[in-house]
Ligand binder design. Sequence first.
Ligand SMILES: [Fe+2]
Ligand SMILES: [Fe+2]
Length: 184
Amino acid sequence: MLTQIGGKPESDFSDPLGLLSDCHQRIRYFLGVLISVCEQARVNQLTVDQRTGLEKALWYFREAGPRHTADEEKSLFPLLRAKNIPRVLRALEKVDRLEADHRQAEVDHDDVDTIGRRWLSDGSLSKEDLRQMKVLLSNLMALYKRHLVVEEAEIFVLADGVLSDGEKDLVGREMAARRGILRR
Ligand SMILES: [Fe+2]
Ligand SMILES: [Fe+2]
């Protein structure tokens, strides 16, 4: 699902680094949706809009989020790790930390998904689940606030400078293949 957020046109697979940044906009957007549904939550039933927002956001983090992580961990980061260039070598510690963030985010998203699905099936949420959901989302918000900026302002900029056109094209092809899209 390529959801366009805001007025900026989406990048395409010929610009994989732009596409990764577009994914970040979707992460920010859908995290905001989850936070806003929690803030509006009442003991009574979810409204139609809240239910739709919750369903879409949970879907995004369950289905599309892992592909974005794989784009970085399986396609982009290995190409950086293969470079014997001082400024890349200096950045590899940050890349390791980004991967550790991914593991933490996966755990938190799993818990958000479990509680969110219970919310959808029951139509309401216990006070304890709501409290837990808010803690998880606040943790994710803090994690992504730092993580996404490091990737955008440092790692993607670095990759843009050191990867060859052929390597960028390879990242784009792998990203397309991950989504079942064939590129010539
Ligand atoms: Fe990441
Ligand atoms: Fe990312």
